[in-house]
Design a protein around this ligand. Structure first.
Ligand code: FAD
Length: 288
């Protein structure tokens, strides 16, 4: 199933992200995570492309596990570390096992490294164009409600996003955000810039204080004071922080749905228990 068809039908779609392990010994454990998440019947499950593009086989294998559980899979694919022929091979391998949705990304440039020269795509838009020209795949891409950290301005980032969409993007997924006003503002600006594809809003339940440092480092997402108060009060108390984090994400999603956002993507961080709680909290709202 093409994910874009799913995202444009009526109804509310709650999807999930999982990540693959770094080493083979932990693949079975990751499969268990995938099965646990798939059992929640999300709209689809996305599987990240890990460790600087070194483990595409794990992304493929977990995507297969997702689909064997009866849920569409979205395999992430980055281009910063791979040449075009490797990307072609990864796509062939995905197609062979029946995975036909990809999230086309540039990938993060490792600190201190310059962009590799030669047979590489420099931006995700080029990867999007390549995959669309090849054919056979529904192609998603990333977007950043607060602007990508490297972009000179939010306006420039939006121009580049429009160019990426024009290269053939079928749908977008946002970076995580913790203040819904940021998302509403972004959706308005994106629409005004001519971005017409479905946008899935990325929500991450923050259930321990350690995740916060990681969020700040990776996404640069602004943490609203309401969120900071929760961390200040409960950050040192794991059980309370978990409960408050699930409640915060649940509230965020309810507000998004109440304001007409129909596609929401949950960054599960491979926490089946947390995803279960969020889905449970939204049961009636999701029509279950
Ligand atoms: P791009 O769209 O190429 O944008 C990157 C930067 O380049 C932006 O600042 C943009 O404004 C700028 N830019 C774009 N086009 C041009 C141009 N023509 N000229 C000049 N500047 C330009 N990383 C992983 O390694 N694995 C994953 O699985 C993964 N999954 C992700 C999923 C989501 C939903 C998101 C939001 C991010 C994910 N990432 C993942 C992180 C992502 O790889 C990084 O955020 C990366 O830094 C940018 O990727 P991109 O595809 O958005 O790049």
């Amino acid at each position: 199933m093409k994910i874009v068809d799913l995202l444009t039908d009526r109804g509310i779609h709650l999807s999930c992200e999982v990540f693959p392990p770094k080493e083979f010994a932990r693949v079975e454990e990751a499969r268990e995570v995938v099965r646990g998440i798939a059992a929640l019947a999300p709209a689809y499950v996305s599987v990240t492309y890990g460790a600087a593009g070194k483990t595409p086989q794990f992304t493929r294998e977990l995507s297969q596990t997702v689909q064997a559980s009866g849920v569409p899979a979205l395999a992430h694919l980055t281009c910063i570390n791979d040449n075009v022929s490797k990307i072609g091979q990864v796509l062939n391998d995905l197609e062979t096992v029946g995975v036909t949705n990809v999230l086309a990304l540039r990938g993060d440039i490792p600190e201190g490294e310059t962009f590799p020269a030669g047979d590489h795509f420099e931006h995700a838009a080029q990867l999007v164009r390549y995959v669309k020209d090849r054919g056979g795949f529904c192609v998603g891409a990333a977007c950043y409600p607060e602007g990508h950290p490297e972009a000179p301005s939010r306006a420039a980032d939006l121009d580049y996003l429009k160019a990426k969409v024009d290269a053939g993007v079928d749908f977008l997924t946002t970076q995580m955000f913790f203040d819904n006003a940021t998302l509403y503002n972004f959706m308005f600006r994106a629409l005004r810039a001519g971005v017409r594809v479905p946008i899935g809003a990325g929500v991450m339940p923050v259930v321990n204080a350690k995740q916060i440092k990681r969020i700040a480092a990776l996404s640069g997402a602004t943490l609203p004071s309401r969120f900071r108060s929760i961390v200040d009060r409960f950050g040192e108390d794991p059980a309370s922080m978990r409960q408050a984090g699930v409640a915060y994400a649940t509230e965020q999603i309810i507000d998004l749905i109440a304001n007409g956002v129909t596609n929401i993507h949950l960054y599960t961080m491979n926490r089946v228990d947390v995803a279960q709680d969020v889905f449970h909290n939204l049961g009636a709202i999701l029509g279950r």
